[in-house]
Every structure is written in C-alpha cells, then in structure tokens.
Write a protein of this length. Sequence first.
Length: 421
Amino acid sequence: MSTSTVSATSAAPKKQGGRQKLTLPWIMLIIAGGLALISLVRVVSGAQDLTSVGQVSGALSLAVPIGLAGLGGLWAERAGVVNIGLEGMMILGTWFGAWAGYQWGPWTGVAAGIIGGAIGGLLHAIITVTFNVNHIVSGVAVNILALGFTQYLSNFTFNEAPGGSSKQSPQVEPIYKITVPGLSDWMTTLQGKHWFFISDVAGVIGGLVTELSLLTVVALLLIPGTWWVLWRTTFGLRLRSCGENPVAAESLGVNVYKYKYIAVIVSGGLAGLGGAFLSIVASPIYQEGQTGGRGYIGLAAMIFGNWMPGGMALGAGLFGFIDSLKLRGGAENVHALLLLVAIVLVLAAIWQGYRKKYISAGVSAVCAVLLYVWYATTDAVPSQFVDAAPYVTTLLVLALSAQRLRMPKADGMPYRKGQGK
C-alpha cells in the first residue's frame, strides 16, 4: 500500500476544516496562561489551596483514570468506532484489577484490569464491526452488561473473601510511590510563600514529584506513546485512514476490519487500565459504582481535545482539577471557581467579538456578569453545586469548544467489507 496516498486521503478533511492541531508549544502556552489565571484568582479570592501541592497531586490522581478512558475513546474513534462503552470497560477493569490484585499482587491486578477492559472492547468490536449494530446501542449494552456481570461475580467472590463483601473487595497491596527527595520539600516550602505565579508553578512541580505512583508514570507515558504510534507509524496511518475513509483505505489494501478490531480492543484495554487505577491506586479496594461516570467524562475530554492526545490530556487535567477542588476545601474552592469561570467567559466574549460573532459574545458576557455577581454577593456555594461542579464544567467546556471540533470523517458510520466495489 502507498503510504503517501493514504496520508493524502486521511489529511484531506483536515485541509477542508481549516483547523490547526494543538502543537506542543501551543499546549504549553495554554497551560502557562491557565496557571497565571488561576494564580490571579487565588490571590484575589484568598483560596490558597487552588494550586497547593496536595491539590495538584490529588488532581493528577483523579485525572489519570479520566485520561486513560479518553485515550481509549481516541483509539476507537480514530478507527471509526464510537465507544460509548468506555464506562462499562472501566467497570470491568476495576473489578478484575481488584480481584487479581488482592490475591496475586497489584501489578497482576493491573494486567487483569487491562484484560478485563479488553474483553469489553472485543465484545463492542464484535457487535459494531462484525454485526454492524449501531455504535451507541452497542456501547450502552456493554455498559449494562459490565455492571450486571461484576455485581453477579461479587456475590460469590468478594462476599466470601476475608475483608470483602458483596459490594467491595478485600484491600489490594499498594503500588510503590515515588517522591523526589529535596525537590519535593523545596517546592512545598516555595508554594507555601503564596507568591503570584511562582508559588503556583512550585505547587504544580511539587504535586508531580511527591507521592507519585509508578502506575501514574506509566499512564502519563501512554499519552506521547499514543501520539507516536498513531501519527508517526505506518500502522497508525492505516488505522486513522479507517476512521476517515474506510472505502478508500480498503481499495489501497488495508484490512479495515482488522484495524477496527485492534483499535477497539486497545481502547477497552486502556479503559480497563483506568479502572484498575481506581481500584488499586486511587483506592486500594473495589467498590460498586467506583467509576462514577468517569468513562463518560473521559469521552468528553477526548472530544474537548479534538480527538488528539495532547488536547485530551488537557481536558482530563481540567476535569481532574475541578474534581479535586470539590474534595479539597469544597465550597470555598468551588466559590473561587466562579470568579475563574467569569474571567474565562469575559476572555471568550472578547475573542468572539473580535471574530464578529456578536450574539455569542453577548451571551458569554451576560453569563460572566451573572457569575461575578454570584461570586461577589456570596461567601460559599450550595453543597449540591459543589458535587455537580465537575459535570457542570464538562458541559460548559464542551459548549465553548464545540465550534472548533472536527471528528474523524467516518466516525460511527456503518461499514461493510467490499461496499466500495
């Protein structure tokens, strides 16, 4: 098969859409700008925990399973298969990870979690690729089956194990955590000075070098690894061509079914790894309902990132950050978040006005004013809003980023072998 031909085929929609990808310099600039904005809000609001070492460490721990689910969705959808079943695959990962982990050690649990998620991915691939069932219907079915299957297994496995019950597993031995001596203490001290931006940078660095699980390191490496495989190898080029134009890919000798199967199974394995992270690292036991919708949030992070690993990582980091704010400081931190969102909406209104989208600019400006009034006239937010903050943020971010998105051209479209003949 001609690699240059497939490259031209898969690149054509990118030229039509006129949208540039998020490159590493742009990602770093966005992160720096976001950190400066958060630092400003921290100074104004007095919510000093916004960028503390503990906050960043907690945000990273919460972002990893979301990011792994998002990576899983990216693999599947780049091959043209919508994977709503990520939640179910994560559920399988949590159960199999804890089941194997408490008996044979945490790393065996990690492997079992990947296998459990991959089984869910294989089921989704059989239903969607072989039998051409609607991808949404198949994903929902996988979620329901995974939930029922794990509940059934728990009744006669964990229920009979010492320290377990029908709704949770015995405790799993923890995975080794890394702390960089000297640097961790220095960053903690510097963050405690509460200097503008400098202390915030120190808080971020300190969170990345304090009590960092080895599995977190593996998860972080999977992000550039995915980019390299999908965008720098012939294998990745062929896989992505299946999501852009499977008929053209087949005409050039690509076995579309094979690549779709591989992509969806890998997708399930990554989601399963995210589930195993939840039941081994985030909490050393399996608990019923442990995923808490993170598979769906991972899908939202992937969409926010425009089906690119770097953008997806930004989305997962954002959702993990908001979730960590909810857990640390609760109402005070989320109250400061109102000011942050108001400022972001003002910037969005200015940008939309510059692009002559006056209606969108007006709506953003009005929402910014309302949020600022809410912030200025209250000292805390209701507990119900604190709990809903990660999900509200998900909806808000997707609404603001919707205009720049371009999904793979053939994503979710039915395909039959030989249909182009």
